[in-house]
Design a protein around this ligand. Sequence first.
Ligand code: PCA
Length: 319
Amino acid sequence: MKLFLIAALCAATVAHAQTTWKLATGYRAESFHGENIAQFGREVEAATQGQLKIELAPNGSLFKLNDIRQAVQDGKVQAGETIMTSLVTDMPIAGADSIPFVVGSYPAAQRLWQLQRPGMAREFARRGLKILYAVPWPPQGLYATRPIKTAADFRHMKMRTYNQTTVRIAEILGADPVDIAMGDVGRALGEGRLDTMITSAVTGVENKVWGPIKYYYEINAWFPKNIVFVNAKSFDLLAPDARAAVLKAASEAEGRGWLTSETVARSSTQELQRNGIKVERLSPELELEIKRMGERFSREWVRSVGHEANAIFVPYYFN
Ligand code: PCA
């Protein structure tokens, strides 16, 4: 009996010693988000003396970006990264960071995240998921193949979208939405499948959009976040010290990711410029008009989310 117990204990230790989490993402391993995940993985592995390894499955190779949350929830993969707006259909408060013109700076984005996080953690917990950390993309700017001078210029421009939120924004602007995953932007541009898009400077650089794209307007429209999370059962299976190590590394990854995002925002805008893209401001009249459209989107969002929206935005605006 004693021997059996010892054998069982050893087996349990060995089981802890060999855990590997696959982490599915829809984005590239070489992006700043991907590199941050890789560093997070290295830190977890070092802190747990190899008890836990995190293996990145980039580029939608395991699951498509918009399916990753469900796949982790169903236990098909242990961990994942997605963009929060991909969750809005059944988790409306996830869209709080993609309402145009609410947040205009990194400190404001951070404040919003602190207010959004408790509700998100509840939503995740309800689905058997645990949030590890979230990091914003640089501010969203407007790219175009031809100058945009008035709101009418959007009409019948093919605008790239990547989820429900961006489709609605395209519709409000009067553009024709075309769904294009981030990795396909370069090819789609080459094939003339898109004329305009709203995304960050770094995404423009990674997709080398110069050539077809001639203009980048720094409208700072919103700061969407990527969220990294794990199936709660996988997390609970870890030994307590490994769990603590994961949470510590996650909190460091979050801090590091926010700083990198800010640095990359600046360097990428310069790189767009170096490659011949005109980095400009919209005319004040058009900026005002676009902000009004943003307000319309915001009203629709608040109406669809209800009191949970107030729980975020009342303190955001009044504290
Ligand atoms: N890049 C991603 C999401 C937001 C961003 O800046 C994309 O364009 O798909």
